[in-house]
Structure formats: C-alpha cells, structure tokens
Design a protein around this ligand. Structure first.
Ligand SMILES: Cc1ncc(COP(=O)(O)O)c(C=O)c1O
Length: 421
C-alpha cells in the first residue's frame, strides 16, 4: 500500500494538487505509513535533517549545517526567564501574547523601522517564527490554492503550504553576476486563478540576499495589482551588513505598506537573540489576518510559554548592545569565510548582505546531497546541500558561519582540501 502511494505520488505531474513532488531533489517522506493521510506524503522530507541525522551518529564532525549560532542565549535573557518564573509567569496568557510584549514589539518597530503599529490588533506573539508562518498560511490558504515561494529558501515555507493541502510554486532567484535577483517575469507568469500569496525572505536563508527598496516596491506593487497577500519573512532583519552602522536593520516591507495592504511579516527571537530553543516569535499582519492567526494559536499551542514571552520582552528592551556585538562578530566571520572560499577551486561565492550563511555554487555539481555526504564521511565537515532549499538550490552548498573560529577555520581548510582533490 505504501509503495502504491509512493508510486502514485512520484507519477504526479505539475498540475496535481499539493506540492509538486517532482520539484528538484524533493523526496517523498519515507516515514509516512499506510493509514496516515495521503496529503502527508506531499510534505517533503527535510534533506538538511537527513544529512544531520547521519552526522549525529559520528564523532568529531564540524557541524555547520543547521541555521543557528553556537553562542548560548545571553545571560540577561536567561536571568529574565528565571525571574519571570519566580514572579508568577506560569499561567495562560492571551492567544495573541502578553500585551506588554506586544507593546515592546511595537516600540521596537517604532525605533528601528519608524513604523507605527497597533499592539492590540496588528501583532500576534507566536511560539517561534515557524509557528507564525504556520498560523498565517493556515488562515490564508484553502486546499488546492497556490502559493508562490521565492527560492532557494528555508524549506519550511513550502512544506507548510503543502500541510495546508495547497501547492507551493517555487520560483528560483537567478544569480546575476555577483548578486541574486528576482525574476519578476517568472513571478508574473506563475500566477493562476488559484494563486493566493507570495512568500519571500529578506535577508534570505540560504542566499544572504537582501531585497532592495526597488525590489520591495515591485513586490508590493505586484501583490496589490494581482490581489495577492505578500508574506515577508524578516527573521534575519537585524543581521545586516549593508547598513551605515553595525546593528542597523534591513528596512522592513512595513515601511512601504499601508495598514490596509494585504501584507504580513514573520519574525522571531531565535536568530538575533540566540534563542532558537526558546520558541518565541511574532507575526505582524493586517488586522483581519492577525485576528484569525491569534484565534488559530488557540488550537496549535494556545500561546508561547508565559515566562519565555516575558524574557523576550526584556530581550527587546535591553538587548541592543548584545545584538550589535553579535552582528559585529558575524560580520568578521562572514569576511573570513568569504575570503577563504573565494580562493577555493570550483566555487563561485556571492557576497551576502545579511543572515549568517554563505551559499557558494560549485562548478559542475549536479548532486549536492551526495557532495555533502562525501564531505561528511571523508572530511567530517557538515554542510547543508543546496538541493534542500528548493528550485535553484541544486549545485550549491550552504555553510552557516555563526560558529566559533575553532570550528570555522578547520572546516574551511578541510573543504578546500576536499575541493582540490
Ligand atoms: C528564513 C527563516 N524563517 C524562519 C525561521 C524560523 O525560526 P524559528 O522557528 O526558530 O523562530 C528560520 C529558521 O531557520 C529561517 O531560516
């Protein structure tokens, strides 16, 4: 039965509902068993996870495949969580999150983006960025709808679309010289009567690409003209190297959008505050979507844990100097890796303006998963295969440089030796 389901799915064509299982490198989830929904087969298995699971059983691997810093959460945030527990933040909160945290998020946008938001109707605190995306997409997509997803991208966007029984239509960002761009013609051509929204990520994981003001204006114009929602994943907005000063964020799409625009922004405490394990994020959205997302929170996790919400509030209010020194350190790492990798054979390395990844193209590479597997077994270096990031990703590899020099330096040496073979 399972084999039959697998065969049926691998026979599917582009026009079937659900994610296109023939998208480059996607694998039918091997964990699906008879009795589980057929739609769960459309949710592709994470190829980063697949590689990481091999590495986890090995000793001495230099692990640069996941998207997180190896720095622990700053002490003042940990202390705030302990204090919050002692102060009684142990009960249910509002579905949309603690009002005081929503006000802190609004202050944050006023300070860094010069954008005025309403904490009561436009902000929803979530148990992570991925959960913000989950409730937003669930509130927007019906089965059979289509979502345009700009890729290469963190795979969860397309997978969440598939979980909603909708179809992710991936549109590759072309590498134009040294920089990734947007194929606006392809985006226009991809629109069908079922298209509901477009998801883009800036700064991008894995590209490090940052949308220019002109890109943002054109994306917003496209969404307005076509009557689509524009979903901006801005979880890396503080990790930006293109500003006038370290710590200056990437300008949010919210600067350009009006409160009536069909625009939503996904955000998280994970990346800028080294809080990946805490699971706190937020959604900024037009009031109708925000209301529905808050209601959906009830049926997913009800709300993010109370004491972590309180600690997140302290992180926003008191964390500025920590963020700035983190970004300064990341910039040094980026420069070090960029310098080393541009001298390696076979690599073309676009210079990233944000996030904490390098995504070099490897000359002649047609199977990035196999490449990363061999690099893992032969050199004990764990990188993420480009194929994991959807259309346009095959042929590249992703390195996360939010690591200590003790890991980065030997990893670069081993990668270089591997490529020279
Ligand atoms: C582009 C992007 N968006 C959202 C997230 C979600 O972060 P979290 O769920 O930890 O808040 C990630 C994590 O890797 C990411 O890379």
């Amino acid at each position: 039965m399972l084999r039959v389901l697998h065969r049926r799915l691998s026979d599917r064509t582009d026009t079937d509902s659900g994610v296109d299982v023939r998208a480059p490198g996607q694998r039918v989830n091997p964990n699906v068993r008879p009795g589980l929904s057929e739609s769960s087969l459309r949710v592709p298995y994470s190829r980063i996870r697949e590689l990481a699971e091999m590495a986890m059983g090995m000793e001495g691997v230099l692990k640069l495949y996941f998207g997180e810093s190896n720095l622990p959460t700053p002490e003042f945030i940990k202390r705030a969580a302990v204090r919050a527990l002692e102060e009684g933040y142990t009960f249910y909160t509002e579905n949309a999150g603690l009002p005081s945290l929503r006000r802190a998020i609004v202050r944050h946008y006023a300070r860094f983006q010069r954008v005025e938001l309403d904490p009561a109707s436009e902000i929803v605190v979530t148990a992570s960025g991925v959960q913000a995306l989950q409730v937003a997409l669930r509130a927007l997509l019906d089965p059979g709808d289509e979502a345009l997803v700009m890729t290469p991208a963190w795979p969860n966007g397309s997978s969440i679309v598939a979980m909603a029984n909708a179809k992710a239509v991936q549109i590759a960002q072309p590498l134009q010289g040294e920089r990734y761009g947007i194929d606006f013609d392809a985006i226009e051509r991809a629109v069908t009567p079922r298209t509901k929204l477009l998801i883009y990520t800036s700064p991008s994981n894995p590209l490090g690409w940052v949308a220019t003001e002109d890109d943002q204006r054109r994306l917003l114009d496209f969404a307005r003209r076509r009557g689509l929602w524009l979903i901006a994943d801005e979880v890396y907005d503080r990790l930006y190297y293109g500003g006038q000063a370290i710590g200056e964020p990437v300008p949010s799409i919210l600067r350009m959008a009006t409160r009536d625009d069909a625009v939503a922004v996904v955000h998280s405490f994970s990346k800028s505050y080294c809080m990946t394990g805490w699971r706190v994020g937020w959604l900024v959205a037009r009031a109708d979507l925000a209301k529905m997302a808050a209601e959906f929170n009830e049926f997913v996790v009800s709300h993010a844990a109370s004491f972590t919400q309180r600690a997140a509030e302290i992180a926003l209010d008191e964390g500025e100097s920590t963020v700035v020194s983190f970004v300064a350190r990341l910039k040094e790492n980026r420069d070090l890796c960029l310098d080393a990798m541009t001298r390696m054979p076979r690599l073309t390395v676009p210079s990233p303006d944000g996030a904490f990844y390098l995504f070099p193209k490897v000359e002649g590479l047609t199977d990035s998963f196999e490449f990363c597997k061999r690099l893992l077994f032969e050199k004990k270096v764990g990188l993420a295969p480009g194929v994991a990031f959807g259309a346009g990703g095959e042929g590249s590899i992703r390195l996360c440089y939010a690591a200590s020099l003790e890991v980065l330096e030997p990893a670069l040496e081993r990668l270089s030796a591997f490529l020279e073979k």
